[in-house]
Design a protein around this ligand. Structure first.
Ligand code: HEC
Ligand code: HEC
Ligand code: HEC
Ligand code: HEC
Ligand code: HEC
Length: 164
């Protein structure tokens, strides 16, 4: 009985977390799902997020890359028709940013990936999410916590080149 109660409680907690999560996700221009593409289909993150030189940003590919599949898959769906229009007109899809830090903070994806940090360390279980919300702390405190844990520097000059 006790175990069942605990399981029900855990279930309620998970449901609550899922509801909170959905609330935090910014509305996006198209109902793109990482759960479908990166979870079920197991597409590699880097297929849609290349890391061009010098490696600071993980970019998001344009609609033309999506259309390599979607010119055939779900081509009749209204959302895919809108996606096709972005590709045809060469316009970027106006995705709403989930994670963003000020441009004057030094940050490089490549430098972090080369030291063995993973996408999940900083962005959570993306491949399980239909919609993305900010679910890890990448404020200065969040950066510092991991730096302390992984023996990386927490000196001010490490992330801030000069006073501003
Ligand atoms: C490797 C092939 C592939 C690529 C590349 C791909 N998708 Fe998909 N996409 C799929 C499949 C498969 C589904 C699920 C179709 C279904 O539900 O039957 C899907 C579903 C979708 C849906 C839901 C469509 C609907 O009406 O149900 C959207 C929106 C979508 N994809 C957007 C994108 C975007 C945006 C990109 C590029 C960033 C992209 N896809 C890249 C294969 C792909
Ligand atoms: C089929 C293409 C595709 C694949 C594969 C894919 N993504 Fe994405 N990703 C997108 C698109 C489109 C967006 C913008 C919409 C959104 O935020 O959901 C995005 C947004 C993101 C963002 C938020 C960026 C911001 O605004 O700050 C993160 C983080 C992310 N992806 C991580 C991942 C990780 C980690 C993987 C692998 C587990 C992955 N993605 C696989 C297409 C993809
Ligand atoms: C050490 C933490 C960390 C790791 C590891 C990490 N990211 Fe990020 N990611 C961030 C931060 C911080 C931002 C916001 C960067 C900014 O605003 O300049 C970000 C932004 C993004 C964006 C938005 C575009 C951009 O570059 O600003 C995407 C997409 C993304 N990450 C995907 C990924 C993927 C895919 C991986 C794994 C290959 C990954 N990230 C690994 C911290 C991380
Ligand atoms: C998941 C853990 C983790 C998080 C979160 C994280 N870092 Fe790091 N960071 C590291 C590790 C590990 C290194 C490598 C230290 C070394 O040289 O051994 C590193 C290195 C760096 C470097 C030096 C890399 C270079 O360019 O050579 C900078 C700058 C940096 N981090 C800034 C940040 C900022 C800003 C944030 C928050 C937005 C952040 N980090 C979040 C783990 C993390
Ligand atoms: C590991 C990386 C890292 C280190 C080390 C670091 N910072 Fe930061 N700092 C950040 C990030 C990321 C932000 C931006 C946070 C945001 O706006 O989300 C920031 C923001 C700030 C801001 C602006 C705060 C605001 O509210 O606008 C100040 C001031 C600052 N840092 C001072 C310092 C000082 C002083 C030190 C040394 C004790 C330090 N930082 C060390 C990453 C770092």
């Amino acid at each position: 009985m006790k175990a069942r109660g605990a399981a029900a409680l855990a279930g309620a907690a998970l449901l609550w977390a899922a509801l909170l999560h959905a609330d935090d996700a910014p509305p996006q221009p198209l109902p793109f799902s990482h759960k479908t593409h990166a979870g079920t289909m197991k597409l590699a993150c880097k297929m849609c997020h290349p890391n061009p030189d010098p490696g600071e940003t993980e970019t998001i590919v344009g609609a033309a890359v999506c259309m390599t599949c979607h010119s055939a898959i779900k081509a009749d769906s209204p959302d895919i028709k809108r996606l096709a229009a972005y590709a045809r007109e060469g316009r970027p899809v106006p995705w709403v940013r989930v994670y963003q830090i000020p441009s004057w903070v030094d940050f490089s994806h490549r430098a972090h990936l080369e030291k063995g940090n993973t996408c999940q360390d900083c962005h959570g279980p993306v491949a399980e999410r239909d919609q993305l919300a900010r679910e890890t702390d990448l404020s200065m405190g969040g950066c510092m916590n991991c730096h302390k844990a992984r023996k990386a520097s927490v000196g001010c000059g490490f992330c801030h080149e000069e006073p501003h």
